[in-house]
Design a binder for this molecule. Structure first.
Ligand SMILES: [Zn+2]
Length: 197
């Protein structure tokens, strides 16, 4: 097997992260599958995963800095208060994904996010409560695109008024924030291997 992914090092990685794209590789190496307990980061990932629907994750990563700037650093308290003037302004921002439904859902999702924080003390408490604070490790066989866990969380978030939180989107979110660890068996970040950071 050729471990060289073109990024200049010989680390074995998940197949999807072997393209040699520096941003993509860094995302795989430092973020994807790492347990996150910070509400600001969890909110960012939840919103970005929703914006990804129908697009590539690479597109979203390339726009991530613009998204952060446009959405006040993904401060849910600020996003929850966005009115029509702000959403119109976002529709004119070429740095982000200009989709009115997604932009409006980000505002509604911020409001639901704040309600969850109030109820559970933090969104992190709410999220990790679904797995008793223990990440779900990779199973044998192909990586799924949704599971009974993502189905249940998706249903609950929809009940709380969130949109663009279908089970496939939520599964992708769970992978991103480390509630589920889906690094491939050969990957240097697979939980069976020593973690480097
Ligand atoms: Zn990996």
């Amino acid at each position: 097997m050729n471990m060289n992914d073109g990024s200049g090092d010989l680390l074995p990685r998940c197949a999807w992260a072997r393209g040699g794209d520096a941003l993509y590789t860094a995302y795989h190496d430092r973020e994807w599958g790492t347990q996150s307990f910070q509400d600001r980061h969890l909110f960012e990932m939840l919103i970005l995963e929703g914006f990804q629907a129908g697009l590539s994750w690479r597109t979203i990563l390339n726009k991530r800095d613009a998204f952060r700037e446009a959405f006040d650093g993904f401060d849910p308290e600020k996003v929850a208060r966005y009115g029509p003037d702000k959403t119109d302004e976002l529709m004119g921002n070429q740095g982000i994904v200009r989709n009115r439904l997604k932009i409006l859902s980000a505002v509604g999702n911020a409001q639901a996010f704040l309600s969850i924080q109030k109820e559970y003390g933090s969104f992190s408490n709410y999220l990790w409560g679904w797995v008793d604070n223990t990440p779900v490790l990779p199973g044998p066989g192909p990586v799924p695109t949704q599971t009974p866990l993502s189905d249940a969380i998706s249903r609950d978030l929809m009940r709380r008024g969130m949109r663009f939180v279908g089970s496939v989107i939520i599964y992708s979110f769970l992978q991103a924030v480390g509630v589920v660890n889906d690094h491939e068996p050969g990957c240097f970040r697979h939980p069976g291997k020593a973690q480097t950071g």
